[in-house]
Design a protein around this ligand. Structure first.
Ligand code: SF4
Length: 452
């Protein structure tokens, strides 16, 4: 039995003893006194007071969506209302080490994992009295902040069909609002595919005259359907359906797919999630840095949320990252760093104009001026080169064979030459690019690989 479980048992035994004392063995007066004493214990913060919220039947396990990390949580209910949120003790994200998955729910329930303050604020999100739960329709001029609630059915009808939707608002009595239905001009799948193929041919044409001729041919071929296009002189803009934009936030775990299906059903290519403009840059950077040089080209990179191994690092330079407050999950990442900071195993330096919580724990805090990050990075690189503060042995391992010979576990392309044309860096230099007395060192090949 776990210590937490024993504690619960003690509390229950205490309660059972109190109930027995109050009902059968003493006078009614004494019983009332005992009952009131028990009530006092129940409502007190004495260590032996029962913690009702720790009961499995008062707990719902879920996932926090207060940020993109999606920590495992347990919601503690009292009379059906969530009154406290804590970390799911089965989750390695919120408890280190987490409970074995075979742990019985009854035993696991008194154990709480940790979540961050944003996660704790999930209560306010769920029960915010101002949370919008009905469709609001503008009932005054723009900026007047006047709204009425309307049924969902009416909202869907008005959004689809349009009409004189604001006829009661001065100045908008005759303004006709276009509905989505009128934008869904192209609904014939075969026609859409045929147009798509011809538009691709227009895209691929290199000469302006050739493009012009193809556009004219397109207009003749689809003369009956030109009213379906945004601009017949620019078929590449596609059908009017593309004027419908479906934009959503960060919706993972299948919800984004529902939006994509919705957009596809509308026939628009304009479906944009949050990740399209934010995390996409991270994914593609990680894809690029994880690509391998195989058969003469880089390939097979993974679009993954690559993260530094802060738990096993000896020195970390944080630039604009604030691990204790955000940075893809304080509950998971903080605990993996704090012990090492306390023991002195890891030292951190923080570059941030603001004295953040992380900066308060740093060996060095560098409050640079906003916008000077690039200059700082160049200065660090310059200093490393000038002071030769780099791992020359590792950097000299340009392929797997060299790494094995040097006793290194990995290798790097840092020392490969890069061809520069017109001052712009291009591809890595191949031996076949290098000529001596006009003769290439080797013939071009796609079979050579750097891994020996
Ligand atoms: S990091 Fe905090 S806000 Fe984000 S999911 Fe975890 S507990 Fe919730």
């Amino acid at each position: 039995m776990s210590a937490a479980r024993e504690k619960i048992g003690t509390r229950r035994q205490f309660l059972a003893g109190g109930a027995l004392l109050g009902t059968g063995m003493v006078s009614p007066l004494l019983g009332a006194e005992a009952e009131s004493q028990t009530g006092a214990v129940l409502n007190s913060d004495r260590p032996d007071a029962p913690y009702e919220l720790a009961r499995p039947e008062n707990t719902i396990y879920s996932a926090c969506l207060q940020c993109n990390t999606g920590c495992g949580i347990k919601c503690k209910l009292q009379d059906g209302v969530v009154t406290k949120i804590d970390g799911n003790p089965y989750s390695p994200w919120t408890l280190l080490p987490h409970l074995p998955y075979a742990t019985a729910v009854d035993d696991a329930n008194p154990v709480d994992g940790a979540i961050c303050p944003k996660g704790q604020a999930g209560l306010q999100t769920a029960y915010d009295p101002y949370r919008i739960r009905k469709v609001l329709k503008r009932a005054g001029r723009r900026g007047q902040n006047k709204w009425i609630t309307i049924p969902f059915e009416q909202a869907i009808r008005e959004i689809c069909d349009g009409g004189l939707l604001f006829k009661d608002i001065p100045g908008e009595q005759t303004r006709h609002v276009e509905g989505i239905r009128s934008l869904m001009t192209l609904t014939d799948d075969r026609l859409a595919k045929a147009m798509d193929a011809d538009i691709k041919a227009i895209w691929e044409a290199r000469e302006p005259e050739q493009k012009k001729a193809l556009v004219e041919a397109f207009k003749q071929k689809y003369a009956e359907h030109l009213d379906k296009l945004i601009d017949p002189d620019h078929p590449d803009l596609g059908p009017k359906n593309n004027q419908i934009v479906v934009a959503w936030g960060r919706l993972k775990d299948g919800r984004g797919d529902l939006y994509k299906r919705f957009a596809a059903a509308m026939g628009t290519v304009n479906a944009h999630g949050h990740t399209t403009v934010c995390q996409g840059s991270l994914y593609f950077t990680c894809k690029a840095i994880s690509e391998q040089y195989v058969g003469g080209k880089f390939t097979d990179g993974q679009k993954f949320y690559w993260m530094a191994d802060t738990e096993n690092s000896r020195f970390i330079l944080f630039v604009g990252a604030n691990l204790f407050e955000a940075n893809y999950g304080p509950p998971n990442r903080t605990v993996r760093l704090t012990n090492n900071l306390v023991s002195g195993r890891t030292r951190i330096a923080v570059v941030d104009p603001r004295f953040s919580k992380l900066a308060s724990k740093a060996w060095k805090w560098l409050p640079i001026k906003p916008g000077t990050d690039g200059a700082l990075a160049m200065a660090i690189i310059r200093w490393m080169l000038d002071e030769q503060r780099y791992d020359a042995r590792f950097l000299s391992c340009a392929n797997k064979a060299a790494a094995i010979a040097a006793g290194e576990s990995s290798w790097t392309n840092a020392t490969w030459l890069v061809a520069c044309r017109n001052g712009q860096p291009g591809k890595f230099v191949r031996a076949s690019d290098v000529k001596i007395d006009g003769v290439p060192l080797t013939q071009p090949t796609t079979r050579q690989t750097p891994d020996g």
